[in-house]
Design a protein around this ligand. Sequence first.
Ligand SMILES: [Zn+2]
Ligand SMILES: [Zn+2]
Length: 120
Amino acid sequence: MLVLLMTGSALAGTQYDVRCTDAKCGFTTTIGIGGGRMFEEASGYCQKCAKSVSVTWKREGKPRPLPLRFWDALTGRMREIFNCPACKTPFVNMEQIEDLKHCPKCGKDSLKSKRTVMYD
Ligand SMILES: [Zn+2]
Ligand SMILES: [Zn+2]
């Protein structure tokens, strides 16, 4: 119980407005990272659906869906792959907003993000 209290604030999710700074591109999306108090969330960008997508599951009860995991030499971290709930195309779970760096539309590392709301 004590552990739950101490990590309570870290369990809240954060929503970001993400936009491409390339004037000709104009790409924008919103993405939520971290899930809420009652649920966990894996978020990423589905290129096929051309939008940010997420898989959510309750923190209690059913075990979390098992993602495909691999070690990413670019970041030195373990990355997780989930399937888009709409089209089943795999996407990489973004654990932090910095993971969304390159614009899915124009391919440049031109994305800027702004934190909008906290939710839980
Ligand atoms: Zn999709
Ligand atoms: Zn762009």
